[in-house]
Design a protein around this ligand. Structure first.
Ligand code: AMP
Ligand code: ZN
Length: 496
């Protein structure tokens, strides 16, 4: 285990705190995964990339990380609270397919996007629908402890009762009295004792396709419950780090905390981490706002904002250049700069392996060692990738000078040179997950093509022949031939 001290900004205490795992060298990390009812956009990618860096850097520090990232395939309602249709069920109705077909389609799409951006798979990827029994059990515990009540086949969490003993709203800075006054009165909320109560189990209304049996009749679990249940099941009653996008603080994470305490009397999480939003023209990128950029649009450049296509590694690098806690607005200038910056770092990594060391003193030893330490210190300072990139640039200046001077390394000791070679490669490849991209990068192409073929299949299923033909024709113009198989599966070939 490394001796470095890691500091994490804990959104619960609103302080940067020394990271001390409950059972070092093991670390439990839980991150809210996607709701698989639609395509993943670049905003989602930013959040998953943030926690990919957390996962990678913890491993770099020598921790054995169990990373759990769920798939929400039931329970997330259209209004992100207790009203409206289930997002997956709604999409199934619109597309006239089974909800689980929606889930399958967008889970595959999500995985393709994760691969494209070199975001590592988690250790466990549990789905809400696979944990209905455990969710029912947790509701029973909460009922037994008196923090929930049943009305008409629905079970609600009693926020007011809970707040008499435990504080509610500390994570998001909400005050219960204000919530009780300001929370909107919506249809169907008459059943609730208080406006701030939230659903643990929702009764299936007539005509619902997604539903499971429970002691309270047929229904679906509330959205917040799955994360309480799956984090407890795989990481225990108390675990180290819980992450997600800033927009999930309330009501999702606030409710998660209340549910866990309500069930077992114990706060679930030591360190809460929230990553900030990716914006588009100053507004949070979101599917419902209709201002999202899809990964394929970014790669092809086929989007009104973009002047051309940008590679997955360029986007990855662009995201790393800002700290996860800052908002990030995508612009052509920042994409251009990222393209240039990425090349600079990846080239430096390549040059390092081509340099020859000769003994010409060690007057630069201190400076180079300090710069390497600085990169690691930056990452230990709440995963500050933005600062770490800047510190790496200080090293590339030396590397470029040596490379341009007959590829001879001078001014550092052999030990320092070897350390530089090793650490630079590890930081770029293992921690930042950056790779050189070439025109024939088959892994990237394969992932991109899987995604395109998926989208085209979807277009055909929607009878959107214009889009399906456009995809085929534009790929042909780019030298990629799509072949439609008899089984409905398409494949591709590169034109010679
Ligand atoms: P969803 O599939 O909508 O549940 O979102 C999956 C994850 O993406 C959640 O952690 C969200 O907080 C995050 N997310 C959604 N929109 C954005 C955005 N514009 N920027 C960054 N993260 C986002
Ligand atoms: Zn969650």
């Amino acid at each position: 285990m490394s001796s470095h001290k890691l500091y994490i900004y804990n959104s619960y205490t609103r302080k940067k705190e020394l990271f001390e795992p409950i059972h070092a060298p093991f670390v439990g990390l839980y991150v809210c995964g996607p709701t698989v009812y639609n395509d993943v956009h670049l905003g989602n990618v930013r959040t998953f990339l943030t926690f990919d860096i957390v996962f990678r850097f913890l491993k770099y520090l020598g921790y054995q990380v169990r990373y759990v990232r769920n798939i929400t395939d039931v329970g997330h309602l259209v209004d992100d609270a207790d009203e409206g249709e289930d997002k997956v069920e709604k999409m199934a109705r619109l597309q006239k397919i089974e909800p689980m077909e929606v889930v399958q389609k967008y889970t595959i799409g999500f995985h393709n996007v994760m691969r494209l951006f070199k975001i590592l798979p988690p250790s466990i990827e549990p789905s809400a629908s696979g944990h209905i029994i455990e969710q029912i059990e947790m509701i029973e515990d909460i009922l037994k402890n008196g923090y929930a009540y049943e009305v008409n086949g629905n079970i609600y969490f009693d926020v007011v009762k809970f707040n008499e003993k435990y504080p509610y709203g500390e994570l998001s800075g909400r005050v219960l009295e204000e919530l009780l006054e300001t929370t909107r009165d919506l249809d169907g909320q008459d059943d609730k004792r208080n406006k701030a109560d939230f659903a643990l189990w929702k009764k299936a209304e007539k005509g619902h396709i997604m539903k499971w049996n429970s002691p309270w009749g047929e229904g679906i679990p509330g959205w917040h419950l799955e994360c309480s249940v799956m984090s407890t099941k795989y990481l225990g009653h108390e675990f180290d780090i819980h992450g997600g996008g800033m927009d999930l603080k309330f009501p999702h994470h606030e409710s998660e905390i209340a549910q866990n305490i309500g069930a077992c009397g114990h706060a679930p999480v030591r360190y809460w981490m929230h990553s900030n939003m990716l914006n588009f023209n100053g507004k949070k990128m979101s599917k419902s706002e209709g201002n999202s950029i899809l990964p394929m649009q970014m790669l092809s450049g086929n989007h009104p904002l973009l002047d051309k296509g940008y590679s997955p590694m360029t986007v990855r690098f662009l995201f790393l250049q800002s700290h996860y806690s800052s908002e990030l607005d995508i612009s052509i200038k920042s994409l251009h700069d990222a393209e240039i910056g990425l090349k600079k770092l990846v080239n430096a990594a390549k040059y390092l392996s081509e340099l020859t060391w000769i003994d010409k003193g060690s007057y630069l030893d201190d400076e180079v060692n300090k710069s390497i330490d600085q990169v690691i210190n930056d990452l230990c300072d709440d995963f500050n990738t933005a600062k770490a990139v800047a510190s790496l640039y200080a090293l590339t200046t030396h590397i470029n000078t040596w490379y341009n001077d007959k590829k001879i390394v001078a001014g550092i000791s052999k030990i320092t040179f070897e350390r530089l070679q090793k650490e630079f490669a590890i930081i770029i490849q293992d921690v930042f997950g950056l790779e050189e991209e070439t025109a024939n990068d088959n892994t990237a192409l394969e992932a991109a093509m899987n995604l395109i073929l998926d989208l085209r299949k979807q277009a055909r299923a929607d009878k959107n022949w214009a889009l399906s033909d456009k995809i085929r024709d534009e790929l042909k113009a780019a030298g990629i031939i799509i072949k439609d198989g008899k089984d409905g599966q398409a494949s591709y070939e590169l034109e010679n």
